[in-house]
Each structure stands twice: as structure tokens, then as C-alpha cells.
Design a protein around this ligand. Structure first.
Ligand code: PEP
Length: 247
């Protein structure tokens, strides 16, 4: 049985004053059966991890370097994330694929490094609107999945987030049938590659404009094991109803 996961991606948002929202989320959360993960900007990881210590909330990073150390100004390694108290990392988010030219191959190397250093990896996949409209969605998702997930992945270290690029931060959400089709497809492809036991243990999150008012119906879709939430994870007021919608 897969435990549900509610993950928040704070992106480049949040000063130290924002950390109070972690306490608010923990205070207001009424659903202990759900795993929680908040990925604040790197500047807040160590303090966030202190806030979350002893609670059901994990803290994660939003990226890591392929290497563990060296001459890579501005980058952060998987080992550094662990050292700061992070237990997970988001990899291959479409904003990083776009802004930093991250290919599947780079995402795969980062994911392998993250896994080898004890971090749960939330690997993001998603099609553009153009790809969706030209009927290429499953082909794109299949190629990203095959190219971005390393062979060392296990059901404990891998989480997949399906995030259609056109749904991120736009208020647009695919139909429930479209979400089901992609999530079922991802499960099928994981089964083909890693076998049933492993594939059935991997959480597949939906991400893209998840809000308190659409969370319950999205979570009712087959093979949706939780959400990766951007904007609505910045306040307990929005995030807690989303957690509660994960039955
Ligand atoms: C995201 O960036 O991962 C995301 C899903 O953003 P939003 O919820 O704001 O659409």
C-alpha cells in the first residue's frame, strides 16, 4: 500500500519569516496518514529542517549537482543537502529543464547521485501545451521517464511527479481522464522496466495548479498518490485542505 505524499515546492519564494508556515502546517494538519514534504529555497533548508525535526514533515531541496563537490560556483550537492537536514530533492522540474537546459541525461545523473546519497528523488515529467495538442503527450512522458530515471531507482528512493508544463502556475488543469491516462501509463512503463513489486511501490504525484477546491477530485483519479504543489504550498491555509483531501 502506497502512503500518500503531499509535497510543496516553494521555488524562489520565502525569507526566514516564511518558516512560520511550517509550524502552521504542522499545527493545522489533520491527516497523519499522509507523508509531508516541503522544498524551500536552499537558503532556508537548514532552518526548515530544525523546525520540522521530530515531526512527520520532511524537508527537501529543489535541485542538486551531478557531482558531490568541486569547482561549481553556485551549485549545491546531494551530500550538502543531506548535511543541511534535507531528506529529499526535486529533480528535473520543468523550470530547471527550461531555465538551465537540463536534459533527461543530466536529470538522470543528478537523480542517481541523489539516490546514492540517501535522498528521495522527486523526478518531474511533463509535456508542453504544443506537445499535448499535437498528440505527443505519452511519447514525451515515456521518453522523459526512460531517460531521467536511473537503474538504481527503488520504490523507496523514487517518486515521480507528472506536471504538465501548461498547468504549472496557470490555473489550468488537465481533465481527470487526461491525468488518469498519464498516471496509468507511467505505472505501466515502470512495471515494464522495474517489475511489478517496485513499480507498485512508487508514488506518482500530480502537479500543476492543485488548489483546495480541485484537490479532492484529482486525488480520486487512479494512480494519483499525492501532489506536488507550488503556489498553494506557501500557506498553511491553502496547503492543509489539500493534505486533508488525500484520504
Ligand atoms: C510546481 O511548480 O511544481 C507547481 C505544481 O506549481 P503550481 O502548483 O503553482 O502550479
Amino acid at each position: 500500500m502506497r502512503r500518500k505524499l503531499a509535497a510543496g515546492n516553494w521555488k524562489m519564494n520565502g525569507l526566514t519569516t516564511q518558516l512560520v508556515e511550517l509550524d502552521n502546517i504542522l499545527k493545522s494538519n489533520e491527516n497523519p496518514a499522509v507523508d509531508l514534504l516541503i522544498c524551500p529555497p536552499a537558503t532556508l533548508i537548514a532552518s526548515a529542517a530544525k523546525h520540522a525535526r521530530g515531526s512527520a514533515m520532511m524537508i527537501g531541496g529543489q535541485d542538486c549537482h551531478v557531482n558531490l563537490s568541486g569547482a561549481h560556483t553556485g551549485d549545491i550537492s546531494a551530500e550538502m543537502l543531506r548535511d543541511s537536514g534535507a531528506l529529499a530533492v526535486i529533480l528535473g522540474h520543468s523550470e530547471r529543464r527550461q531555465d538551465h537546459n537540463e536534459t533527461d541525461q543530466i536529470v538522470c545523473k543528478k537523480t542517481q547521485t541523489a539516490m546514492e546519497n540517501g535522498l528521495i528523488s522527486v523526478v518531474c515529467l511533463g509535456e508542453s501545451l504544443e506537445q499535448r495538442e499535437s498528440g505527443e503527450t505519452l511519447q514525451v512522458i515515456g521518453a522523459q521517464l526512460a531517460g531521467s530515471v536511473p537503474d538504481c531507482a527503488t520504490s523507496d528512493t523514487l517518486v515521480i511527479a507528472y506536471e504538465p508544463i501548461w498547468a504549472i502556475g496557470t490555473g489550468l488543469v488537465p481533465s481527470l481522464e487526461q491525468i488518469a491516462e498519464v498516471h496509468d501509463f507511467i505505472r505501466e512503463k515502470l512495471t515494464e522496466r522495474f517489475g511489478t513489486d517496485m513499480a507498485n511501490g512508487v508514488r506518482i504525484l500530480y502537479g500543476g495548479s492543485v488548489k483546495p477546491d480541485n484537490a479532492a477530485e484529482i486525488f480520486g483519479v487512479s494512480n494519483v498518490d499525492g501532489a506536488l504543489v507550488g503556489g498553494a504550498s506557501l500557506s498553511a491555509q491553502d496547503f492543509c485542505p489539500i493534505i486533508s483531501a488525500l484520504e
